[in-house]
Design a protein around this ligand. Structure first.
Ligand code: GLU
Length: 317
């Protein structure tokens, strides 16, 4: 892949926030935005905004613009033009071609249902690895993986190790509906955009071995193709223990409560903001957040319920 973009070899920190336009930003997304932003600013680095609009069936009309407006109202400032994955197909196609050339991409006829019948965890059993059976048609395209372990040190959750064979399996890079898979687009973009550290929710922790694995293979082919470090913060769950998500229609962030919401996000992230900040204006709150930010204060937990945070901050709504 010769069309490297922004792939600077400088040592500057570069973080990113990468929302999917499947609905408005909610408190869970604010956590990822605040954590990645404070970390980038505290490291005196850059922070990029990337809209992950590669899944039209799941998109909500107008959500991209609404997300951008919300981020502006909350006082986030990004350092380069916003990138849109929908405009980056050439990079994903290039990567698929490279993998094909390496003999590492193969067509697969299996449906999710068929796979889960064989493996209850949905780990691909390798049915189409050696070719499609007679009469079967290609649906998706999978990466042929080796039975190695992928290990990395997560800056919040600590050392991680995943067995490609037993925990991941050959994963989809091009979906049955013809769309690029999330793992492909994110793995490629983080590397090509020169992201030095990905700070995001723990729900994506098990995506990281996939993305690292992909980056490693492509790194051998594509000159100057680095891979980022990772930090996965706890996600916000509701009273039923379910992760707040746009698909589950988590309420949009209230734009009249910017300071309170930021204060709650900082509390959730273990930063212990003083209560006086609740009376401060937005910019003073940001100043405090960046000056006092510490990634090591973030709780080493996979999830925290919204009720806990409400108790902690005791903001009456
Ligand atoms: N686009 C993903 C989401 O909104 C996040 C991707 C990432 O941070 O890697 O859930």
């Amino acid at each position: 892949m010769s069309k490297t973009q922004n792939n600077s070899q400088t040592s500057i920190y570069r973080g990113r926030f990468a929302p999917s336009p499947t609905g408005p930003l909610h408190f869970g997304s604010l956590i990822a935005a605040v954590a990645s932003y404070c970390q980038a600013r505290a490291m005196k680095g850059e922070w990029l905004l990337r809209i992950e609009d590669i899944d039209p069936p799941r998109e909500v009309a107008g959500a991209s613009d609404e997300i951008i407006r919300t981020l502006e109202q909350f006082g986030f400032e990004w350092d380069a033009e916003i990138s849109y994955q929908s405009q980056r197909s050439e990079y994903y196609l290039d990567a698929l071609e490279t993998l094909k050339g390496l003999g590492l991409l193969y067509p697969c006829a299996c449906s999710r249902k068929e796979i889960s019948k064989i493996n209850s965890l949905g780990i691909y059993p390798g049915t189409c690895r050696t070719g499609l059976a007679n009469g079967r048609e290609a649906r998706s395209w999978r990466l042929l993986t080796e039975s190695v372990d992928v290990a990395f040190r997560d800056a919040i959750q600590g050392p991680q190790q995943f067995s490609m064979e037993n925990e991941i399996g050959d994963f989809v890079l091009k979906r049955a509906d013809g769309l690029f898979a999330y793992q492909l687009a994110v793995g490629i973009d983080d590397a090509l955009q020169g992201i030095t550290q990905v700070v995001r929710g723990s729900d994506l922790l098990d995506s990281t071995p996939r993305q690292l694995y992909l980056q490693q293979i492509l790194g051998q082919q594509m000159l100057g193709h680095p891979h980022p470090d990772y930090a996965h913060h706890p996600v916000v769950t509701d009273a039923q223990g379910e992760k707040l998500s746009k698909q589950k229609l988590a309420p949009a962030l209230p734009l009249q409560q910017v300071v309170e919401q930021l204060y709650r996000a900082l509390s959730f992230l273990g930063q212990q903001p003083p209560r006086t900040l609740l009376e401060a204006d937005r910019d003073s709150l940001w100043q405090w957040s960046i000056e006092n930010w510490s990634l090591t204060k973030i709780p080493r937990q996979m999830a925290i319920s919204i009720e806990e945070i409400d108790k902690m901050t005791a903001i009456v709504e």
